[in-house]
Design a protein around this ligand. Structure first.
Ligand SMILES: [Zn+2]
Length: 251
């Protein structure tokens, strides 16, 4: 059974009884989704304090919007040389004084977040460059990854001989334990990362005991960097995994 805990464009959290090996395979497959990122920068003018290489590196990490009209460079008819079917050009022209932000990249595609600082220019300083964005996979470079995918076991928490001393309530760094009368319970148990602070606090006082164990259920977290929705990361990762399995089957 799959239980959706949180679902919006940026974040998807669900719990499911799936094997860890499968959960991990899906996590790794997220790095096989083609994502657009700046891969080549031609710098015409850079008066800023940052080296050209640092500027290029920062530009590579700026998430870009992608509407699916490009091909992977290795699959393109240009055979990897680079053409308008497999790359998108962006221009940046800025002059100081002031910070240069990602929104100043103008061209075939838009940036996801407009307020990422690139560099600082003083008066009379200029920055002028042309960047080329291509599709790539997270397996070749982290800038092509669509987001963060991670999981952990859902915690199974049990309170024994509880004396309602409130020690565990105060000890939980995430504030997940609540006391109703003399009964302790856990709200949003999926948030529990099994730090066992409550176990230690409980042991110090009285005869109560708390046990925290990993259950069979897995909580899955997908956080998008903004290029594609969190839901899409999951479905595309599953697609990539299936495609890889098909290749194995064929071989
Ligand atoms: Zn091409």
């Amino acid at each position: 059974m799959v239980r959706v805990i949180q679902k919006d464009k940026e974040k998807l959290v669900f719990s499911a009884e799936i094997k860890e090996s499968l959960a991990n395979a899906i996590r790794r497959s997220a790095l096989e989704i083609p994502i657009l990122a700046i891969d080549d920068v031609e710098i015409y003018k850079n008066d800023s304090a940052l080296y050209d290489e640092i500027i290029a590196h920062r530009l590579g990490l700026v998430p870009l919007k992608y509407d699916g009209d490009l091909e992977l460079r290795e699959d393109c008819s240009c055979k990897g040389e680079g053409c308008s079917k497999c790359s998108a050009q962006l221009k940046l022209q800025a002059s100081g004084p002031g910070l240069v932000y990602s929104k100043e990249l103008k061209g075939k595609t838009d940036v996801v977040y407009e307020g990422i600082p690139i560099t600082l220019l003083r008066e009379n300083q200029e920055l002028e460059l042309v960047a080329t964005a291509v599709l790539g996979k997270g397996t070749e470079h982290a800038k092509f990854s669509p987001g963060l995918v991670y999981y952990r076991n859902l915690a199974e928490i049990e309170f024994k001989n509880c004396e309602a001393c409130k020690e565990c309530v105060e000890a939980c760094p995430l504030g997940l334990i609540q006391l109703e009368g003399k009964k302790a319970s856990v709200k949003d148990v999926w948030k529990c990362d099994m730090c066992e602070a409550c176990v230690v606090a409980c042991k110090k006082k009285g005869s109560g005991e708390i046990s925290v164990k990993p259950s069979k259920e897995i909580v899955y977290f997908i956080e998008s960097f903004g290029q594609i929705d969190a839901k899409e990361i999951l479905s595309e990762a599953v697609k990539a995994l299936k495609l890889n399995l098909k290749k194995v089957e064929k071989a």
